[in-house]
Design a protein around this ligand. Structure first.
Ligand code: KG4
Ligand code: ZN
Length: 335
C-alpha cells in the first residue's frame, strides 16, 4: 500500500462531503447536507448553503478520519473542488482545504467537480476504460464528456443550454405538488403511470448537437397541468410524472449513445444525482445493450455529490504525476 492517502473535500452545492481514498480503495465517505434547509425555498439558496458548509466542515472531516481510523498526520494529500459550483460555497471548501494542507504539510490539489463525478466510479468498478463517454446529470449540471484520461484530459461534448436535468425534475415536481428535491418523488409516482400518456416535447432531440434543453419541456408540463386545473379536472399525477420522465430519459439516453457512436467509444458512464432514476437506468441499459456499449453507473451514494469523488480524482492526479496546486488557488465557479 504505497499509494498515497488522499483526503477529498466537496462543497460546490448543498452537500459538505469529505472522503478518504488510497488508490481506488474507499476508506471513508461522510456527507452533511443542507437540503432540508433549502426545501421550503424549492431550490438551493447559495447563502444558506455557504453557511451550512462552514458549520459542517470540521465535524464532517473529523467523522471521515474516524470512519477510516486515521489521524490528520496519516494524510498524504488534500484535494478540493475548485469549481464549477456556487462561488460562496466553493470558497468554504477551498479555504478549509488550504488550511488542512498547510497544517498537515502536504500538497493541495484543486480539482474539477465534473471530472470527479467520473473518477469516483473507479472506487466501485475499477479502472475506467480509455476513452469513455460520461454523462453527468444532476441538479446543477447536465453534461456529456469524452474522457480519454480522467486525470489529464476531459473534453466537453455538450451540456444543457438552460435547465439541468435534475432542475427540471425538481421544477416539475413542484408543479405536481411533490416535495423538494423532486426527482425521487417523480421516479416513485411514475411507477403507477404511463410514459406514453402525454406526448411532451423532447428538446434538441434531433438537432445533431450533443447539447440538451429542458426548459421547454418543463414549461409544457406546467401549461398542461394548468389547463387541466382550469378545466376543473383532476391532474393525473402519475401519468404526468411518467410522461415527463420518459421525455427526459429518452433524450438523455439518445444523446449519450449518439456520443458513443460519434466517437466510437464502447464504454458509457452515467453519474450525478439523476443517475439514481430507475427509468434512466433501465432505458440506458436497454439502449447500451442494443448498441454493444458497456454501461457503468456508480451506486447512489457515489452518484450524488460527495467527498470520495474529489479524493478519487485527487488520487488519480497524484498517480499521473500532475503538479499540485498553489496555496493561492482561487475558488472558481466556472472552472
Ligand atoms: O448530484 P446531486 O445530489 O446534487 C447536485 O445537484 O449536484 O443531484 C441532485 C438532483 C436533484 O435535482 C434530484 O431531484 C435529482 O438529482 N434526483 C433524481 C432522482 N434522485 C435524485 N432525479 C430523478 N430521479 C431520481 N430517482
Ligand atoms: Zn455534482
Amino acid at each position: 500500500a504505497d499509494e498515497p492517502l488522499v483526503l477529498g473535500i466537496e462543497t460546490s452545492c448543498d452537500e459538505t462531503g469529505v472522503g478518504i481514498v488510497r488508490g481506488h480503495t474507499l476508506l471513508a465517505n461522510t456527507v452533511a447536507s443542507s437540503v432540508e434547509e433549502h426545501a421550503r425555498f424549492g431550490g438551493v439558496v447559495p447563502e444558506v448553503a455557504s453557511r451550512a458548509h462552514l458549520e459542517a466542515m470540521t465535524p464532517t472531516v473529523e467523522r471521515a478520519l474516524e470512519q477510516a481510523g486515521l489521524r490528520f498526520s496519516d494524510i498524504d494529500a488534500v484535494a478540493v473542488t475548485a469549481g464549477p459550483g456556487l462561488a460562496g460555497a466553493l470558497l468554504v471548501g477551498v479555504a478549509a482545504a488550504k488550511a488542512y494542507a498547510l497544517g498537515i504539510g502536504v500538497p493541495l490539489y484543486g480539482v474539477n467537480h465534473l471530472a470527479a463525478h467520473v473518477a469516483v466510479d473507479q472506487l466501485e468498478h475499477g479502472p475506467l476504460p480509455k476513452p469513455s463517454i460520461a454523462m453527468l446529470v444532476s441538479g446543477g449540471h447536465s453534461s456529456l464528456l469524452l474522457v480519454p484520461d480522467v486525470a489529464t484530459n476531459v473534453i466537453s461534448l455538450g451540456s444543457t443550454v438552460d435547465d439541468a436535468a435534475g432542475e427540471a425534475f425538481d421544477k416539475v415536481a413542484r408543479v405536481l405538488g411533490l416535495p423538494f428535491p423532486g426527482g425521487p418523488h417523480i421516479d416513485r409516482a411514475a411507477v403507477e403511470g404511463s410514459g406514453t400518456a402525454v406526448a411532451f416535447p423532447r428538446g434538441k432531440y434531433d438537432d445533431g448537437t450533443l447539447d440538451f434543453s429542458f426548459s421547454g419541456l418543463k414549461t409544457a408540463v406546467a401549461r398542461w397541468v394548468e389547463a387541466k386545473e382550469r378545466a376543473g379536472e383532476a391532474v393525473p399525477v402519475a401519468d404526468v410524472a411518467a410522461s415527463f420522465q420518459e421525455a427526459v430519459v429518452d433524450v438523455l439516453t439518445r444523446k449519450a449513445l449518439q456520443a458513443c457512436r460519434r466517437y466510437d467509444v464502447k464504454d458509457l458512464l452515467i453519474g450525478g444525482g439523476v443517475a439514481a432514476n430507475s427509468r434512466l437506468r433501465a432505458l440506458a441499459q436497454e439502449r447500451c445493450d442494443a448498441a454493444g456499449v458497456r454501461l457503468r453507473v456508480p451506486r447512489p451514494g457515489l452518484c450524488t455529490d460527495n467527498g470520495a469523488m474529489i479524493a478519487a480524482l485527487g488520487s488519480e492526479l497524484v498517480a499521473s504525476g500532475v503538479s499540485p496546486s498553489s496555496l493561492e488557488i482561487p475558488a472558481d465557479s466556472s472552472f
